[in-house]
Design a protein around this ligand. Sequence first.
Ligand SMILES: [Zn+2]
Ligand SMILES: [Zn+2]
Length: 422
Amino acid sequence: MTTWLKVTATCLQDITIGTGATRAFMSPTMDHVPGSTVRGALARAWRFKHGDGHPRFRDVFDGTVRFGPLRAIGSDVANQSVWGCKYHSDHGEPEYLDAAFACPHCGREGTVDPCPGCGVSPRVAPSMCGRPGERLKGTIMFGAQSTKLVTSTAIDPERMTALESSLFAREVFPRGTVFDGHIVGDPTLTALLKDFERIALGGRKSVLGAVQLAVEEVPAPLPAQPTGPVVLRTVSPTILVDHTGAPSVDLPAAFPVGVVADIWGGRLAADGTSGWHAASRLPKPGDVALAPGAVIALSGIDGHDLRRLLDEGIGLRRPEGFGWLEIVEGAWKPPAKPAVQEVQIDAVVVHRFGPLTRPERKWLAGWLRVPREWDDSHYFAALWETATGKNLNPRKREMVRELLEATLPGDRTALASELERV
Ligand SMILES: [Zn+2]
Ligand SMILES: [Zn+2]
């Protein structure tokens, strides 16, 4: 038996999800949070809370618990079963036609190839606004502009002016953006993931931002209609191998139970499979993967097998969220613009230096003014070894850690000045 957790993450700061593709002074963000990033962030929070050597660490972060991708509210994976109108002009016509549910030519319900209604295959591009439609590609689509570009400069501490040619830019999801997704696994292990209210999200070598986390137990996301054929889709890249262990793109073979009645997929993922191995702290190379948004109609599968399929996903590296499956309840629609919601931003972020005393702020500023290599395993250990660092209580340490993790290397001097001013 497994437990499903729903994870809701609210950005308390602007956040860049690292792609590893950072160019000199410009860091783009990924358009979602991969499961591997969620896992890495929780593992970091865990280490900070429990220290190294907790007996369940490996079971939770390097075992069967699966960390799914998080998507921003108001975004969705574009299913590959959908024909889209490339230059949509006639608003009396549909902009999207989902061939997993109806014939894109005559609208007849069902997915028989060729269509018994009009005799044309649903795999032939329908005419949309007078041109051939185009299949969607499994990318993330947004209902509204969701990211923005933030630039900052390094400050010359002597003159308090911007240092020349030290401009940094990064693409961010702004503070207040809400992401959600799931974690699934053994109840005794997932129970240990419920009490993290705050984590730092980002990516390898990128700046981290604080996120407020809500983790709640939810029922497994089974279909509303429990009988009959079921339509599934992948929402993350899927890495398949054949029986000899060689890379494979044979998606139907990944479904050993039920009958694959229809399949829309086969695109290769452009990127997104390289990751970070939490336990060994080493980067992992990328694998050949199928793009998200693959749509599979399965018949002859019972509720028990379907639950197992959703629990376990398909392919390799499933604990990192690869091969994550979702039920598709109806024809795909483009994501709606997210409703503007009142987001409660934690007070600690508003009062950036919260409970730090004046001497503590001076100490931290002094530390920041000395250039140092940012090294996850040594940076904070050395900071806590200093005379003032030794005496910080856990709450202050957590605050300092979050503050530093959320500050770009080029912004550290500016932060030091700010600490000395207030
Ligand atoms: Zn059109
Ligand atoms: Zn038809």
